[in-house]
Ligand binder design. Sequence first.
Ligand SMILES: [Zn+2]
Ligand SMILES: [Zn+2]
Length: 171
Amino acid sequence: MGSSPRKDWDTYFMDIAFMVSTRSQCPRRQVGAVLVQGKKLLGTAYNGAPMGVPDCSEAGCMIAEEYELVQANGAEQVIKKQRCVRTIHAEQNLLLFTDRADREGSTVYVTDEPCWTCANMLANSGITEVVYCRAYPKDSGKVQAMMKQKGIAFRGIGPYSPPTASAEPLV
Ligand SMILES: [Zn+2]
Ligand SMILES: [Zn+2]
């Protein structure tokens, strides 16, 4: 009585993904991903430089500039964007540190909608479901189409608030 209702599994595992994301040393983007088989947690990962290599907190972000086509008020517009390319993405680290056998039929919870490269790798990794929190519109259309072709359940978590410790906005 008086305690908050027990968290559902989506909330439980997404909370863990957000906790894991706080380990990332990249000030521009912190992403966490967890591998879940049934109700069992089988792996956690975040975006970061390869082990033993200076990370963003030590060497600074490695900035790549790229141009992106966006729709604004019904018109197409080219905008310049900066991205940090120093890190291995959380989803890729998750695949590097888990076994194929563990991944067959599993679910990945990830704080951010996967980019195209990560989505492509996830699609070939044995997992059958991806649940994400923050949308990544840049790649979303082609990622969702590919997941559908591949028969992988791909969904946003819906109403959800990340744990407060990791709720600072992305820069
Ligand atoms: Zn960085
Ligand atoms: Zn990615």
